[in-house]
Design a protein around this ligand. Structure first.
Ligand code: NAP
Ligand code: GDD
Length: 336
């Protein structure tokens, strides 16, 4: 029987990989699209498929979500929509809580109000940000200590998902995903900011890139691998919560070095703190400087996930290496 999926956040990075993945599996896919004065659908405009349908709505509009879910009658909901930028959440904490925390509650309530508890499975896009500065490696048993308005909102959504599972028997699962990137990554996240800057420097449109904390470490995987994990989480025999990660960690500095090496610059670091610069060994150009405006009021020093539960229970593992991820992103930005 043909399954129907509803993806909130279909216009974002992960939605743009999940939608074709589900269409290829034969799903009818509905997505939630925010109305903007300019189009938000660039990442999915290339998908020309009779089973893809976009519906206007917003995570802050509960009646709209109830009506859409009533009309769509989804077998699976992937709740990917969120104000997902950690630094921006310090400037917009109330909106972030509304969209990320209450938005999740609105969807869970819609499932309950519409009597879909036995029909509709629910996937919640939870995050390694929940762990804060808990010692690495982090897994499903690591205590949470959120350190941003984004993470505190996502903590509410994480527990709402578990509460609706326990209280109403909804198949509701959390994927606790570590950072995942791609050529579709938003342009102000650090990886894509670096790869786009490299392309602009190579074309002579920019001299250098300004960054914040170079020593933060993240467990960076590829979004393509992680959307398969989301689907596997909803196909598991019981609803449960899973860490998806590569198990490897790299600093922002490592990412800078790997990415610039691909256009022939070996970076040498000079100075310290806000005076630190990254200089090309080949040309002596200053290619990286520090701008304190990119520092956060509270930072996470090291994220490194332990994905062994997902490997064992879901037969899922990240396939793309750090080097291949950096290369794909740099090559994409050089070609566009
Ligand atoms: P993203 O590229 O920022 O996409 C976010 C999506 O949410 C976009 O489609 C955006 O719509 C939509 N959205 C934001 N606010 C909304 C609102 N009020 N109503 C309706 N839609 C709204 O994020 P992503 O990287 O794909 O991440 C997907 C999800 O996974 C997010 O919930 C994120 O917090 C979570 N997550 C991401 C990572 C990661 O490393 N990528 C790791 C762990 C968890 P517009 O296109 O209109 O802006
Ligand atoms: N964005 C950004 N811009 N980050 C910078 C910069 C810069 O110029 N310079 C250094 N960084 C550092 C940040 O301080 C952070 O430690 C690290 O680079 C990664 O920042 P982001 O790429 O913005 O991602 P994030 O780790 O804060 O959040 C992403 O991953 C989470 C999962 O751990 C987002 O996708 C979240 O939505 C997701 O939940």
């Amino acid at each position: 029987m043909t399954k129907t999926a509803f993806i909130t956040g279909i216009t974002g990075q992960d939605g743009s990989y999940l939608a074709p993945f589900l269409l290829d599996k034969g799903y009818i896919v509905h997505g939630l699209e925010r109305r903007g004065s300019l189009s938000h659908t660039d990442r999915i405009d290339h998908i020309d498929h009779e089973n893809l349908h976009l519906n206007y709505g917003d995570m802050t509009d509960g009646t709209n979500l109830i009506r859409l879910i009533k009309d769509i009658q989804p077998d699976e909901i992937y709740n990917l929509a969120a104000q997902s930028h950690v630094q921006v959440s310090f400037d917009t904490p109330e909106y972030t809580a509304n969209a990320d925390a209450l938005g999740t509650l609105r969807i869970l309530e819609a499932i309950r109000i519409l009597g879909l508890e036995r029909k509709t499975k629910f996937y919640q896009a939870s995050t390694s940000e929940l762990f804060g500065n808990a010692p690495a490696p982090q897994n499903e048993h690591t205590p949470f200590h959120p350190r941003s308005p984004y993470a505190t909102a996502k903590l509410y959504a994480y527990w709402a998902t578990i509460n609706y599972r326990e209280a109403y028997g909804i198949f509701a699962s959390n994927g606790i995903l570590f950072n995942h990137e791609s050529p579709m990554r938003g342009e102000t996240f650090v990886t894509r900011k670096i790869t786009r800057a490299i392309a602009a420097i190579k074309r002579g449109q920019q001299t250098h890139v300004e960054l914040g904390n170079l020593d933060a470490k993240r467990d960076w995987g590829h979004a393509r691998d992680y959307v398969e994990g989301m689907w596997k989480i909803l196909q598991h025999e019981i609803a449960d919560d899973f860490v998806l990660a590569t198990g490897q960690t790299h600093s922002v500095r490592d990412f800078v070095e790997a990415a610039f090496a691909l256009i022939g610059h070996d970076i040498q670091w000079q100075g310290s703190g806000v005076q630190e610069t990254g200089i090309s060994k080949q040309t002596n150009q200053i290619l990286v400087t520090i701008n304190p405006k990119f520092f956060r009021p509270t930072e996470l020093d090291i994220l490194c996930g332990d994905p062994s539960k997902a490997k064992k229970a879901l037969d899922w593992q990240a396939k793309t290496s750090f080097q291949d991820l950096v290369k794909e992103m740099v090559e994409h930005d050089l070609s566009t």
